[in-house]
Design a binder for this molecule. Structure first.
Ligand code: HEM
Length: 444
């Protein structure tokens, strides 16, 4: 094994470093400057940055056993406890086994009906010409969908409490959860109180959801968790169930809402794409609501989501901590070192995507799996820890986009899409102006 790969040497200076972990662009620069495998140090912590599909395969598939997920954002997380997002080893396998059936392909058709019902209520509320915070609206609708689909509950009475708590966790609290938080004491102290209150609120809400299912069991995720038995035939304890419910509350809606907001930010800047989207929706749906059976007939709509996830992957940084000495790309990664994969760097690499900075929904017309070379497009992660909600997310985002675009057109915008990256990458400006598609047509 050879010596360390190249990379920025020494400790990154404090001021520069505080913005560094929040900034995908900084990681893209490192990848451009130092190549497919680079390394740098922050305090005593050694990081490696990979930026090649072969290395993605090596770390996340072939050598996955030498790594755990426990690094910055997920290590010792008091919000989601030890749910499936953060657990490791046998516990993680058990949790995937228990939770996967709730998101199995076979159930997606049933969930699609829920998405369409909430989607319709969501678009029906708006007047013909309206200014909307598209991220906020998407958060509300995806939360209601999640509540009904996975928890069998009308989440309205607790929606405001929930969105506030989730916002704190994804916002202020992200300082503590940032990849490098351990090394940035200031942000840890500043957000501790707000984070603790938000974590409490989320756990209280989870308890309420669980109590509701205990008194009226159904076919939802919570009922499955209540019925589950471990390998010794024992039920899960209350804390495990709360951890899992909070995990899905956190992982299951904000990501989709952010993808939705980026799709609109892109659409508003591309009149041609917006027209093509409307043509597809008009020819397939003829003014009716979409449904599960229409998804295959909406490749351009799905390509919009795919392209938003390529250019602006909400979960933009994946990381793994080595639990033993392991070779990656011919270099030794010592035990305890963290390997990072910056998705915007990989997804915008001209070696894998032609005109990588250009928004081109039709690059996905051959189908998502066929259009990108293996391990070059990984918005939902890779390997045994790949996103459980991927099928749900594609279905939900595509149906919601087609419902909103079927009725409304975003007024054109210009200028670069500015982003901020807390735990999730998201657009900085989320207020857009919409006008009804019918009036846009009559004006046009
Ligand atoms: C556009 C939407 C979404 C994106 C971009 C996304 C992205 C991801 C990514 C990248 C991972 C892997 C993280 C890693 O390996 O470090 C992940 C894991 C996960 N996601 Fe998603 N996700 C989305 C929607 C959802 C939804 C709708 C749900 C649930 C309903 C969900 C539940 C989970 C869970 C439970 C995990 C942990 C899996 C494990 O560690 O075994 N996600 N997601």
């Amino acid at each position: 094994m050879s010596l360390l790969p190249p990379g920025p040497r020494g400790n990154l200076p404090g001021g520069a470093f505080l913005s560094f972990p929040r900034n995908p662009e900084a990681f893209r620069r490192v990848a451009r400057e130092y190549g497919d495998l680079s390394s740098f140090r922050v305090g005593a912590q050694r990081f490696f940055l990979i930026n090649h599909p072969d290395l993605v395969r090596e770390v996340f598939i072939t050598k996955a056993g030498s790594f755990v997920k426990g690094w910055g954002p997920v290590a010792g997380n008091s919000v989601v406890g030890r749910g499936v997002l953060t657990s490791e080893g046998a516990l993680h396998q058990q949790q995937r086994r228990i939770t996967l059936p709730a998101l199995h392909r076979g159930r997606l058709e049933e969930y699609a009906n829920i998405v369409v019902r909430h989607g319709r209520a969501f678009v029906n509320r708006w007047p013909a010409d309206v200014e909307l915070d598209v991220l906020d609206e998407a958060r509300k609708v995806t939360l209601h969908i999640l509540g009904e689909a996975l928890f069998g509950t009308d989440i309205s009475p607790m929606a405001a409490r929930l969105t506030d708590a989730v916002a704190v966790v994804f916002g202020r609290f992200s300082g503590r959860m940032s990849a490098f938080a351990r090394f940035i004491r200031r942000s840890r102290v500043r957000s501790a109180a707000a984070a603790a209150a938000a974590a409490h609120a989320l756990r209280d809400i989870a308890q309420e959801l669980i109590a509701a299912r205990k008194s009226a069991p159904g076919n939802d995720l919570i009922s499955m968790l209540l019925d589950a038995r471990d390998e010794n035939g024992q039920p899960l304890n209350d804390e495990q169930i709360v951890d899992e419910v909070v995990t899905f509350l956190m992982a299951g809606h904000e990501t989709v809402a952010v993808a939705f907001a980026f799709s609109w930010a892109l659409l508003a800047r591309d009149e041609r794409a917006q027209s093509r989207l409307h043509d597809e929706l008009d020819s397939v749906l003829h003014d009716r609501d979409p449904g599960w059976n229409d998804l295959k007939a909406l490749p351009y709509t799905q390509g919009m989501i795919a392209e938003a996830l390529r250019l602006y992957p909400p979960q933009w940084m994946l990381g793994r901590r080595a639990i033993e000495r392991v070779e990656v790309g011919g270099h030794e990664v010592p035990r305890g070192a963290v390997v990072l994969l910056c998705l915007p760097a990989l997804h915008r690499d001209p070696r894998w995507f032609e005109a990588p900075e250009t928004f081109r929904p039709d690059r996905w017309s051959a189908g998502i799996d066929k259009a990108a070379a293996p391990f070059t497009y990984v918005p939902f992660g890779v390997g045994t820890r790949r996103c459980i909600g991927e099928g749900f997310a594609w279905m939900e985002a595509t149906l919601l986009l087609s419902m909103l675009a079927g009725r409304f057109r975003a007024r054109p915008m210009t200028g670069e899409i500015l982003t901020e990256s807390l735990i999730l990458l998201r657009p900085r400006k989320t207020v857009l102006r919409f006008q009804s598609a019918a009036s846009a047509r009559s004006i046009g």
